[in-house]
Ligand binder design. Structure first.
Ligand code: ZN
Length: 165
């Protein structure tokens, strides 16, 4: 089984600590991405969705897994297992340094995760110290117009799945 670290980056303005609403190990935060079959190379047409709160007994390894899926083309089974405790919020400093922050680790068997999709359920810390929840990044950006000048913004969202050895 191969482990893939999902890392995210974005341009942040007047805010910091971009992360899932309930923190990086938010059990209800949904991760959407496509899967490429490691056997035949078939790419899933739609994104699959996994979250920590849904787990089933692993079909051939110890413990649980978050997704069991059969490739539509070659009919091989694969799994996607989430490993919590590895994520960190994306800070303004990292954003300004063009760095990526690790979000979630996925142990995959039979599949390679690709094309992560940013969705709903994020939170950020606004610079006046308040938290802003329910941030929806599915349109690729956030611009929140406050009453006084400083406009918190998120744009240029990027993501990568890095193989972890
Ligand atoms: Zn296949």
């Amino acid at each position: 089984m191969v482990k893939f670290m999902l890392k995210i980056a974005a341009d942040l303005e007047n805010l910091t600590n971009l992360q899932p609403q309930g923190g990086c190990d938010d059990p209800y935060f949904s991760y959407l991405f496509k899967l490429k079959c490691g056997n035949c190379g078939e790419m899933s047409r739609k994104e699959i969705c996994v979250s920590l709160d849904y787990a089933v007994r692993h079909p051939w390894a110890k413990g649980t897994t978050n997704l069991i899926r059969k490739c539509k083309l070659c009919e091989r089974y694969g799994t996607v297992t989430m490993i919590s405790g590895q994520g960190k919020p994306l800070t303004l400093e990292e954003s300004e340094a063009w760095k990526y922050a690790p979000l979630m680790l996925f142990e995959c068997s039979g599949y390679e995760p690709v094309d992560y999709v940013f969705g709903n359920g994020w939170k950020v810390d606004i610079q006046d110290g308040t938290e802003f929840e329910g941030v929806d990044l599915s349109r690729g950006n956030l611009a929140k117009y406050g009453e006084e000048g400083e406009c918190p913004m998120i744009y240029n969202l990027r993501s990568t799945f890095d193989v972890v050895w």
